[in-house]
Design a protein around this ligand. Structure first.
Ligand code: TXA
Ligand code: MG
Length: 323
């Protein structure tokens, strides 16, 4: 199958209809990461999403909507505090877990009685959902285990020859997946950290979220291996001078990190940017770039951001050393 990277404007209604008829998923951009979308009520197309990604069937999918009205048929009820979060953060990088209605298939929710709902803050994603006229389930557009795709070319790398269309919407602004909040527990709890932080959510709710000890309550998908580059990644913890000294001894390695380190690094190096926003935006893409480099290992440093560190720790298989 030929895989075409196109824009939503250029994708004809006929091509879109044909793709849906063939039960093939469509890759599309969101502000967090690219998604691999299928209509929420088309089990065959959804099954193809699982197969193409190599995703275990026990890992539920998030349902993406382009309007608040679309949510009502998907859920049984909405907690008043969830309404507050929707008013503040939708559209945006937040997924809310709610009690599902009978219209949502068990394939989407992996047999759970809850469903994850998200309204992406990306013009192309919203337009695509509106054009199809119904919610789209979409996991991140990557082969399971690999870093999520944040550019059309990243998605092409994983799904070339396997899906007909990748809709290009430029680099995803946020770069890591949405924050997931379970609104079926009292108090609400974060299942996956992201760009919308605990502090931001607690400020809106005017009450604390549940605290989890050692993150024992997490989204089902978070137990699977994730975001792994081809070469082993190690996180260094220490002051800048110690990190620079340590890294410069490692001749076959790549250093990835904040821009401030780069002038002092003598080995191969890639910048992740100048601030936390840029670092989350480019993390997955830089990890993917490292796969093509002639190196034996990768080093980076820790930063003070829960969502970023959550992904970095997974990518490194918790390999962190003090220097
Ligand atoms: O930013 C995002 O959320 C991206 C873009 C494409 O929207 N999507 C995404 O999907 O990250 P995925 O499938 O890669 O990750 C979804 C996560 C998994 O960890 C899954 O276990 C969890 O959401 N999840 C989905 N439905 C759930 C539910 N009903 N209860 C608990 N966790 C759920
Ligand atoms: Mg994913």
């Amino acid at each position: 199958m030929k895989t075409t990277i196109t824009t939503l404007k250029k994708l004809s209604t006929q091509a879109l209809k044909k793709t849906l008829k063939l039960k093939m998923p469509i890759a599309f951009p969101t502000e967090t990461v690219y998604g691999l979308g299928a209509p929420y009520d088309d089990e065959e197309a959804i099954f193809n999403v699982f197969v193409l990604k190599g995703r275990p069937l026990n890992n539920p999918l998030i349902v993406h909507v382009s309007s608040i009205e679309m949510i009502h048929s998907l859920v049984e009820s909405i907690h008043p505090d969830a309404v507050l979060l929707m008013e503040t953060f939708f559209p945006g990088p937040l997924t809310l877990i709610m009690k599902k209605s009978n219209y949502v298939s068990a394939l989407v929710t992996a047999n759970q009685d809850t469903v994850g709902i998200r309204m992406p803050n990306h013009k192309v994603a919203l337009e695509l959902i509106t054009r199809i006229g119904k919610p789209l389930v979409a996991p991140s557009a990557n082969i399971s285990g690999r870093p999520s795709g944040t550019e059309a070319m990243d998605v092409y790398e994983d799904f070339q020859g396997k899906i007909p269309y990748i809709i290009d919407g430029e680099t995803s602004d946020v770069g890591i997946e949405s924050t997931i909040v379970d609104t079926t527990r009292e108090p609400f709890v974060i299942l996956r950290p992201g760009a919308i932080t605990r502090e931001m959510i607690e400020k809106v709710l005017k009450k604390p979220l549940a605290t989890t000890i050692n993150n024992e309550i997490i989204a089902p998908g978070m137990i699977h291996p994730h975001y792994e580059p081809n070469h082993p990644l190690t996180i260094l913890r220490g002051n800048d001078e110690h990190i620079i000294f340590y890294v410069n001894q490692k001749k076959d390695a790549l250093f990835i990190g904040h821009e401030r380190f780069l002038p002092f690094i003598d080995i191969q190096k890639l910048s992740l940017g100048q601030d936390i926003k840029e670092m989350t935006r480019y993390l997955y893409h830089v990890l993917r770039q490292s796969n093509h480099m002639d190196i034996k290992e990768i080093y980076t440093h820790e930063i003070d951001h829960e969502g970023y560190m959550n992904r970095l720790l997974k990518a490194s298989k918790n390999q962190i050393i003090d220097v």
